[in-house]
Design a binder for this molecule. Structure first.
Ligand code: NAP
Length: 276
C-alpha cells in the first residue's frame, strides 16, 4: 500500500468543496483537478495541481479518486469513468448519493461516502465518512490519513449521513447566522463592526473548544456563565422568550426532511439512469 506522499489523487469537480480538497492535498501529494469550465478554476494551478477537463484521463492516471460534483452528476461521472477506476478507492463527497447506488454505477471500485463542510477551506472541516464493507484495514488507514488533511474526521454508519448533511454539512450557515445576529446586536450598542465580528467569531471558537475539550454538556457550561442577578441571564431570558432552541430544532428538522427528500429524489433519478 502506497503512502500519502506517493499517491496521485484526482479530484473530479473542483468547485467550492473539490477545489478546497485539491488545494489541501497539493501540499502532500500529486493532485489533478477537473471541471468542465476549467477557466473558472482559481489558484490551483499555482499550487502545482494539474488541471484538466478530461475526467477519464484524470481517473486513469490517479491511485485514488475524489468525487466532489453535485449529487446529480455522481452517477453519470462514475459510469463514464467506471472502466478506469476498477480496483481504485473512490471517495464521494456528494450529498444524498448512497454507497449502493454508486456501487451499481461503478461496480468494481472501492467506495467511500463522505460528508464535510465548508470549513475545509481553512482545513477545519469535520468529515464524516462511511466506507463500503470491501474497504480493508490498510485502505482505511490510508483513507483516514487523507481525510485528516481536511480537518477532524469521524467514521459513521451510512444511515446517519443524510441528517448529518443537514446538521454538519449545512451547519456553518447556522453558526454564521448566530455570529451575524450577535454582531447586529453589538452594532446596535455602538461597537465598531470589525471588533464586533472578531469578538463574536472568537467567542464561537472558544465555546466550541470548551465543549470538546471538557466533554461537558452545554447546559452545564452555560450554567457556569450564569451569575445570579448578573448580565448573561438577562440575555438568555430574551433568547428563551424568542424560543431560540425550538427555532434551531425546527431548522435541523426542516433541513433533515429536505435532505431525505433530496436523497430519495436522487435515488430515483440514479436508479432510472442505471436501469435505463
Ligand atoms: N458547499 C458546501 O458547503 C458543501 C458541504 C458539504 C458537501 N457538499 C457536497 O459537495 C459537492 C460539491 O458541492 P460544491 O458546493 O463544491 O458545488 P460546486 O461549487 O458547484 O462544485 C461542483 C463542481 O463540479 C463541477 N462539475 C460538474 N459536473 C462535472 C463533470 N461532469 N465533470 C467534472 N466536473 C464537473 C462543476 O464545475 P463545471 O460546471 O465547470 O463542470 C463545479 O465546479 C456536492 O455534492 C455537495 O453535496 C457541499
Amino acid at each position: 500500500m502506497k503512502k500519502l506522499e506517493e499517491l496521485h489523487i484526482s479530484v473530479i469537480g473542483a468547485g467550492i468543496i473539490g477545489g478546497a480538497l485539491a488545494e489541501a492535498l497539493s501540499a502532500y501529494c500529486k493532485v489533478t483537478a477537473t471541471r468542465r469550465q476549467i477557466e473558472r478554476i482559481n489558484g490551483l494551478g499555482e499550487k502545482g495541481v494539474n488541471l484538466t477537463t478530461d475526467n477519464t484521463k484524470a481517473a486513469s492516471d490517479a491511485d485514488i479518486i475524489i468525487l466532489a460534483v453535485k449529487p446529480s452528476q455522481v452517477v453519470p461521472v462514475l459510469r463514464n469513468i467506471a472502466e478506469v477506476i476498477q480496483g481504485k478507492m473512490v471517495i464521494s463527497f456528494a450529498a444524498a448519493i448512497s454507497l449502493d447506488i454508486m456501487q451499481k454505477a461503478a461496480p468494481e471500485c472501492r467506495l467511500v461516502r463522505a460528508m464535510t463542510n465548508i470549513a475545509v477551506k481553512v482545513l477545519k472541516g469535520y468529515t464524516l465518512f462511511s466506507p463500503a464493507e470491501i474497504i480493508d484495514a490498510d485502505e482505511l488507514e490510508l483513507l483516514e490519513s487523507i481525510l485528516l488533511k481536511f480537518g477532524e474526521i469521524q467514521r459513521v454508519q451510512e444511515q446517519y449521513l443524510d441528517v448529518l448533511t443537514a446538521m454538519s454539512g449545512s451547519g456553518p450557515a447556522y453558526i454564521f447566522t448566530v455570529v451575524e445576529s450577535m454582531v447586529y446586536g453589538a452594532l446596535r450598542e455602538g461597537l465598531p463592526r470589525k471588533l464586533a465580528l472578531e469578538a463574536a467569531a472568537h467567542t464561537a471558537i472558544g465555546a466550541a473548544c470548551l465543549l470538546l475539550e471538557t466533554g461537558k454538556h452545554p447546559a452545564e457550561l452555560k450554567d457556569m456563565v450564569l451569575t445570579p442577578g448578573g448580565v448573561t441571564i438577562d440575555g438568555i431570558y430574551e433568547l428563551e422568550e424568542s424560543r431560540i432552541r425550538t427555532a434551531f430544532m425546527k431548522a435541523i428538522g426542516a433541513a433533515s426532511a429536505r435532505s431525505r427528500v433530496l436523497a430519495e429524489t436522487a435515488r430515483e433519478q440514479a436508479w432510472g439512469e442505471i436501469n435505463g
